[in-house]
Design a protein around this ligand. Structure first.
Ligand code: DGL
Length: 239
């Protein structure tokens, strides 16, 4: 199968990694819109324009399905996007909401972008503590030390039964948080358990980013441990 995956930058690569682990023999087209990062503080109108250009690009590659590996687009635009196109489109947040609703967790923390928190998508029938974390995505993309900022945001939370990494960039904190004995919820893993994809014959990973530089390559190599092709591609964002 041909599978399209997208995010504002490298965050969705954490989801791609899970997809490739579980469904290795497929052709993956990944678009990371890092020239427009961060998405988490953009207006819904801007997010709509940016995501529709990316989806058009992925459709031009003849993908069979698209995965929105961005919490911000998922929480604000999924319903709209889902009904607009003729191929199956999955978002990264709904499977996690379903999972949380079935779980025994009483108190749940959520770290996410401003726009995801504002969307109220995580307001379910539990004690939910949401913390918007605007500093994290730029630090992660620039390959800088994000631990002090992360600790600052963690300090805003009470003790919780589980902590949702509500922005796909934050999945890189998983090991750090687990070492602190914090139970984390990985939306990428939950999505992979929910969907089912037929395997083809070989694994191909094509990565497209709107801006390619040294930091990007370092970041990709930290997450994707398989061969990939990388291309710089700036979409035409005009209406
Ligand atoms: N990784 C994205 C998300 O899951 C976008 C983060 C951003 O660009 O602010 O929300």
């Amino acid at each position: 199968m041909k599978i399209g995956v997208f995010d504002s930058g490298i965050g969705g690569l954490n989801v791609l990694k899970e997809l490739v682990n579980k469904y290795p023999n497929n052709t993956y087209y990944y678009f990371g819109d890092n020239i427009n990062i961060p998405y988490g503080t953009k207006s819904k109108k801007e997010l709509k324009l940016l995501s529709s250009k990316i989806i058009q690009f992925l459709l031009s590659k003849d993908v069979d399905i698209i995965i929105i590996a961005c919490g911000t687009i998922s929480s604000n635009l999924y319903m709209e996007i889902k009904t607009k196109y003729n191929i199956p489109i999955y978002d990264i947040i709904s499977p996690t909401i379903e999972y949380l609703n079935k779980s025994d967790f009483k108190t749940i923390g959520v770290l996410a972008t401003d726009m995801t928190v504002k969307s109220n998508v995580f307001k379910i029938n539990r004690d939910i503590y949401q913390v918007p974390c605007p500093q994290l995505v730029p630090l992660i993309e620039d390959n800088l030390d994000y631990i002090p900022a992360l600790n600052k945001y963690l300090n805003k939370l009470p003790e919780v039964d589980a902590l949702v990494l509500g922005c796909t960039h934050y999945l890189i904190f998983e090991d750090y948080l687990n070492n602190l004995n914090i139970k984390t919820i990985n939306m990428g893993k939950i999505l992979c358990d929910k969907i089912s994809i037929n395997n083809g014959n070989e694994c191909k990973i094509r990565l497209y980013f709107s801006k390619v530089n040294h930091n990007l390559i370092t970041n990709i190599d930290k997450i994707i441990k398989k061969d990939y092709q990388l291309e710089e591609l700036c979409l035409n964002y005009q209406k």
